[in-house]
Design a protein around this ligand. Structure first.
Ligand code: ACO
Length: 331
């Protein structure tokens, strides 16, 4: 996937980042009124302190449009400069058309192409990998890659083992084709590693859908089992991606993990031999926003002044499918 040859190589380089969070902030204490839980339990077991929930009138595409506009502004570009919109989501506005076409239209684009990628919490890594392939093949010069979710719409409010974990939000990244020299010092996506294994599909799923129930359904999760797989698989996929880029954990400035649970984040970092001072953590403020969590963490990491131009980042995620993967990129 990467040339380590020092020869001119096309790279998909991040040139803009942005995010949007719905206004309504829901602290853990709000759940105490409704179900048998406590702020203390949620903080201790997950690291989550609060999350944002979309207003009734707000949809996934609304969140995505706001994030996309912020990313375009950050890049100093307009929608006219974009060739493709790829959206990672499991909570689309409608069964079809894609959220991506809604965002495309919301941005005033009637050129280019747009489609959704569905790999649940690993969706942004899959979307990033897809965008990278379009750029490397020359099919697109600039791609908007968006993670946008309204998980509050698929939660069972009586299930304390899941409803406290998730939040709504969106993050967007503008990738642009640039010329590198084919080494690990290049800016841009240096390597990607993707996996899925459908034999584990019952560990994390939504119990409704078009073809089976003609309804939306609610999220079901075997939390302990997903936790076990996450700890085992995330460090491994991150190491594989780094290997492919010809780099190692010592080269990493920031791990930008999927924000599901602080204990998973810290164990993965520990397994990789990377200190928590080199991990971007936002789970306390956002909860698990599924495919939106990595672009949200990237955007917040840049806004906080943690992630700087030239830093080496490893993003990793696992979710329903199971589907998981990692991407190595130099900011
Ligand atoms: N409040 C209080 N008690 C609770 C709550 C709650 N909100 N939720 C569960 N409990 C109880 C359980 O009922 C159980 O009680 P019991 O011992 O009497 O049966 C006890 O707490 C311990 O429950 P566990 O499930 O063993 O708790 P655990 O430490 O495993 O934490 C959690 C649960 C947070 C869900 C954890 O397993 C986890 O984070 N799993 C991974 C989730 C994840 O990473 N998902 C990523 C992908 S998401 C996607 O793709 C959409």
């Amino acid at each position: 996937m990467t040339g380590a040859t020092g020869t001119p190589t096309r790279r998909a380089v991040a040139v803009g980042i942005g995010h949007y969070l719905p206004k309504r902030v829901v602290p853990n204490a709000e759940f105490e009124e409704r179900i048998d839980t406590s702020d203390e339990w949620i903080r201790a077991r997950t690291g989550i302190e609060r999350r944002h929930f979309a207003a009734e009138s707000e949809t996934t595409s609304d969140l995505g449009i706001a994030a996309a506009r912020a990313a375009l502004d950050d890049a100093g570009l307009t929608a006219a400069d974009i060739d493709a919109v790829i959206v990672a989501t499991s909570t689309p506005d409608l069964t079809f058309p894609s959220v991506a076409t809604m965002i495309q239209s919301g941005l005033g684009m009637s050129h280019g192409f747009a489609f959704d990628v569905q790999a649940v919490c690993a969706g942004f890594i899959y979307a990033l990998s897809t965008a990278n392939a379009f750029i490397l093949s020359g099919q697109a010069k600039r791609v908007l890659v968006i993670g946008a979710e309204t998980f509050s719409r698929i939660l069972d409010w009586d299930d304390r083992t899941t409803c406290v974990l998730f939040g709504d939000g969106a993050g967007a990244l503008v990738l642009e084709a640039q010329e590198g020299d084919g080494t690990g010092a290049d800016r841009g996506i240096l390597a990607v590693d993707l996996h899925s294994d459908g034999q584990f599909r019952d560990l994390l799923y939504v119990d409704g859908g078009v073809s089976r129930t003609q309804s939306t359904g609610v999220l079901k999760m075997e939390g302990k089992e997903v936790f076990r797989h996450a700890v085992e698989k995330l460090a491994k996929t991150a190491h594989t991606a780094l290997d492919r880029a010809g780099l190692g954990a010592d080269d990493v400035n920031w791990i930008v993990p999927h924000q599901a649970n602080l204990r998973i984040i810290s164990r993965t970092a520990q397994k990789m031999g990377v200190g928590m001072d080199r991990v971007v953590v936002t789970v306390q403020d956002h909860g698990n926003t599924s495919a939106a969590s990595i672009p949200l963490a990237l955007s917040v990491g840049v806004a906080r002044g943690q992630i700087k131009r030239g830093d080496l980042l490893v993003a990793e995620a696992i979710g329903g499918g199971l589907a998981w993967g990692a991407a190595v990129l130099r900011w």
